[in-house]
Design a protein around this ligand. Sequence first.
Ligand code: HEM
Length: 119
Amino acid sequence: MKKYIYSTLIVSFTVFLFLGASCSSDQSKSNNNALDAITGSSFTLKVINQHNTPENCWIAINNKVYDVTNFIESHPGGDSILQGCGQVATDLFEEKDHSQRANELLADYYIGDLNNNTK
Ligand code: HEM
C-alpha cells in the first residue's frame, strides 16, 4: 500500500514538473513582446524589417506593429499574409477588404507602435 502511495506521489510530482516547464517555455516565447507592448514600445522600420519570416513575422498596419507569427497557420487567407512579414503592410491589408472581425483580431497580436523616426 505504502509502495502504491509513493509511486502515485512520484508520478504526480513528475507531471507537475513537466507541466511547469512547458508553461514557462511557452511564456518565454512571447513574453518579450508582451512586455514591450505593456511598456509602450515603438519599433523602427529597420527593426520591423528583421522580422520577415514565417517563423518570426511582424507586420505594421496603420502605424501599429503586430507579431502575427502565431496567427499565420490559422489565417483564412492562407500564405498571402506572408507578403506582409517585416513590412509596413497597411495598403496590402486594406486592399484585401478585411472584415471588422479581422480588424478586431489585430488587437490580439499588437506589440507596439511604428516609430517613424528614421534616425
Ligand atoms: C498584410 C497581409 C495580409 C494579406 C495579404 C491578407 C490576405 C487575405 C486574403 C486574400 C483573405 C481572403 C481569404 C478568402 O476570402 O478566401 C484574407 C482573409 C482574412 N484575413 Fe487576411 N491578410 C493579411 C493579414 C491579415 C492579418 C494581420 C489578419 C489578422 C490578424 C488577417 C485576418 C484575416 C481574416 C480574419 C480573414 C477572413 C475574412 C475576413 O474576416 O476578412 N489577415 N486575408
